[in-house]
Design a protein around this ligand. Structure first.
Ligand code: 13P
Ligand code: SF4
Length: 324
């Protein structure tokens, strides 16, 4: 993956990439729009975005801005969160079919039954969840503030954590705190296995393994550093190491290489036949779709007001518990 625009043609439709970028910039000004993009989107989207960040940074950016329109290049729950925080703004998304399978693996009806088994428990849910799940939760969290939030819950208080079991058990192990876990996982991160990760470590003995907490324990136990996409990125800048094996979605490598061009970044292997673990949903955001959604002001994210208000509380609580 490189930052060279001329090397990227997928999704360009009838327009050249330079032309598309120019048109997007003009539209952005005319519409007073803010383009937010996650690190896992393709490089050309990251290049045209106003802010590229992890889930927490993007939620904060969605909350604090003067734009009239938010254009969200990420997955559905991210744009939905932006709309929950901004009912009066138009929130657009290049492709609303870009859902997060982890979020979709936790249906509200089943989660409600799960929750009913532990009536005294506090429910902390990962932001990678639907608005229905957030409405059933006490506090939302992301991978960058999950630990900080759990630390603020009194010892002895029972906690339900969902939907990501790997993030939940990572925090449990780190804090020595038992939590009741919903058994969801991200197919991208769960696909990394100890066997192939150790092979990569042998192949690059000078490299540090860094991993996202959505990876399994068997992978995390070998990592020199574990953190959210932004924490991983910051670590690669501050670490004295000059080579990293990166166990997360490889979209982040674009920004890592940009920030530390002298360092080497090796995407962690999934298995020999299928070397990179790619989030196909994030990659559904193309520059052409971004342009078209701004031009046509659709697809637009809308949410029922009762559901919005019910889910807003848990997001607001997260933001209050993790001040900048
Ligand atoms: P963060 O960028 O918050 O670490 O989340 C990773 C992810 O999988 C987003 O869907
Ligand atoms: Fe969902 Fe995993 Fe893709 Fe993130 S990387 S959007 S958690 S499927």
């Amino acid at each position: 993956m490189t930052g060279d625009l001329t090397s990227i043609t997928a999704g360009a439709g009838d327009h050249s990439l330079e032309e598309l970028i120019q048109r997007i910039r003009v539209l952005k000004k005319d519409m007073n729009a803010l383009i937010l993009a996650h690190y896992y989107t393709v490089p050309e989207i990251q290049q045209v975005a106003d802010i590229v960040g992890d889930s927490l940074a993007l939620a904060r950016a969605a909350e604090n801005n003067d734009a009239a329109v938010i254009v969200f290049a990420g997955v559905y729950f991210m744009a939905e969160t932006a709309k929950i925080l901004n009912p009066d703004k138009q929130v657009l998304m290049p492709d609303t079919y870009a859902g997060c399978p982890l979020a979709d693996s936790c249906p509200a009806e089943e989660f409600m039954k799960f929750k009913q088994q532990y009536p005294g428990a506090i429910v902390v849910t990962y932001i990678n969840s639907t608005a229905d799940i957030k409405a059933l939760s006490d506090i939302t969290c992301t991978s960058s503030n999950a630990e900080q939030i759990i630390r603020q819950i009194p010892e002895g208080q029972q906690i339900i954590f969902g939907p990501d079991r790997n993030l939940g058990s990572y925090i449990s192990r780190k804090l020595g705190r038992n939590m009741i876990l919903w058994q969801g996982y991200c197919y991208v991160h769960d696909a990394f296995s100890e066997r192939y990760i150790l092979k990569a470590c042998q192949e690059y003995p000078g490299a540090e393994l860094i991993a996202h907490p959505e990876c399994r324990e068997e992978v995390l136990r070998h990592a020199a550093f574990t953190g959210s996409t932004k924490a991983l990125l910051d670590y690669t800048v501050s670490s004295s190491a000059d080579q990293f094996i990166v166990a997360t979605e490889p979209g982040i490598l674009y920004e890592m290489r940009k920030r530390s061009p002298q360092k080497k970044f090796i995407p962690a292997p999934k298995d020999p036949e299928n070397p990179f673990s790619v989030c196909t949903q994030m990659k559904q955001n193309t520059l052409e779709k971004l342009y078209q959604c701004m031009l046509n002001r659709k697809p637009e994210i809308n949410i029922d007001e009762t559901l919005r208000l019910a889910s807003l509380d848990s997001i607001r609580k997260m933001l209050a518990m993790t001040p900048v």
